[in-house]
Design a protein around this ligand. Structure first.
Ligand SMILES: Cc1ncc(COP(=O)(O)O)c(C=O)c1O
Length: 378
């Protein structure tokens, strides 16, 4: 007979709401009887042009030696990241996606009763990971969908351990400039670590120099990822850059082979492929411009974005998500972010954006004029 008895499950795990991922293409095809090749996924802020060809070649080489364990210390990749950013290898910790860096921070700094701080509309994983360790995430109102850094400072208590700042922030796409960040870092009490999440940094025109805080040995962890601009989301590879006295603890907390060999090889090649990064940004800039003018023309409220997605107010977000899904377009409903009237749409290729424009007009049941793509973007 099956034994259904268990030792007591951690109370805080019972309260945790699992992360809702972007709906996968295959699942959508299966459920709705659609051709997967015709489905457009604009739900997870992925790279619309795929991985860099140089990364693909490196993956093929790495596949041939997949029977060998990865370099657990990630020597070549950490060295390349350090060189590209003017820091030292000791400052770089690799993660199984930058999500794992958040988890490692939890292992190092969070216990039941501890507190973290995030903006009210921030990446939900900050809250999830806090709850995973029994900590409480204080969500600070973000008027106009912008971080109120002074209010976040005021929310700090003796129990606060981590403050999360998404820059650009997901799901709002808004960002913080150098002066605001400098002011925040200046006032941050010594017992708190600032986590500056730069998953979408490459899409900004003028990103602040957040690594200066790391170079100065301040309590800051800058998180970055190969999932977005470098198109390697499926491989799960990201990193944190932080002062060595913080990095040593994350290195101690991680699994010995947390960054797999193929991901390390692909990421190393992707760093060198500046042309792929340039093309990605150009496609996103153009697609976002078209999307924002489409929404303005249709009188649909949206949040001007510095990232590869746009948050827009469409009425009943879940119903619009469902209607778009039936037309083979996957977007992200925002009820999980306490924004039931909104959806978040990632920037796709010009053709994918055309499909979205048409599907949204049909879903909302009114004619809407789609701006044409430039010849270069096509
Ligand atoms: C703001 C933000 N941070 C971190 C991540 C995690 O990215 P990954 O684990 O793929 O590196 C995401 C993914 O969507 C994100 O939106």
């Amino acid at each position: 007979m099956q034994n259904t008895e268990l030792p007591p499950v951690n109370a805080w795990l019972r309260a945790l709401h699992p992360y809702e991922t972007g709906k996968p293409i295959d699942e959508t095809a299966r459920e709705l009887g659609l051709d997967p090749a015709r489905i457009v996924k604009l739900a997870s802020n992925e790279n619309p042009i795929g991985p860099s060809p140089m990364a693909l070649a490196a993956m093929r080489d790495a596949a041939a030696i997949a029977h060998i364990y990865p370099d657990g210390g990630g020597y070549h990749l950490r060295r390349a990241i350090a060189q590209a950013n003017g820091v030292s290898m000791e400052n770089v910790v690799l993660g199984n996606g930058s999500n794992e860096i958040i988890e490692l921070l939890g292992h190092c700094f969070l216990t039941p009763g501890a507190e973290t701080i995030a903006a009210e509309h921030a990446f939900v994983v900050y809250k999830l990971m806090s709850e995973l360790f029994g900590a409480r995430c204080i969500e600070v109102p973000d008027p106009g969908f912008r971080h109120d850094l002074r209010a976040m400072l005021r929310a700090i208590t003796p129990a606060t351990r981590l403050v999360f700042i998404g820059n650009p922030n997901n799901p709002t796409g808004t960002c913080i400039d150098q002066d605001e960040l400098d002011d925040f870092m200046e006032r941050l009490p010594a017992h708190v670590v600032a986590i500056i999440d730069e998953a979408y940094r490459e899409f900004m025109d003028e990103p602040p120099d957040s690594l200066s805080y790391v170079r100065d040995g301040r309590s800051a962890v800058v998180m970055r990822t190969f999932s977005k601009s470098q198109g390697l989301a499926g491989l799960r590879i990201g990193y944190g850059v932080m002062p060595a006295h913080i990095a040593q603890w994350l290195q101690r907390a991680r699994q010995p082979f947390n960054a797999n060999a193929m991901a390390q090889a692909a990421a190393l090649a992707a760093i060198a492929d500046t042309e792929h990064q340039r093309r990605t940004k150009a496609i996103v800039d153009e697609g976002r411009g078209r999307l924002e003018s489409f929404l303005s023309g249709a009188g649909i409220q949206f949040v001007p974005s510095s990232a590869n997605f746009v948050l827009m107010k469409v009425g009943n977000g879940r119903a619009v998500f469902d209607a778009l899904l039936r037309k083979g377009v996957i977007v992200r409903p925002m009820d999980g972010y306490k924004l039931p009237d909104w959806i978040r749409v990632s920037i796709g290729t010009p053709t994918q954006m055309d499909t979205f424009f048409e599907a949204l007009a049909q879903a909302l049941g009114r004619p809407m004029i789609a701006p044409t793509a430039s010849a270069t973007a096509k």
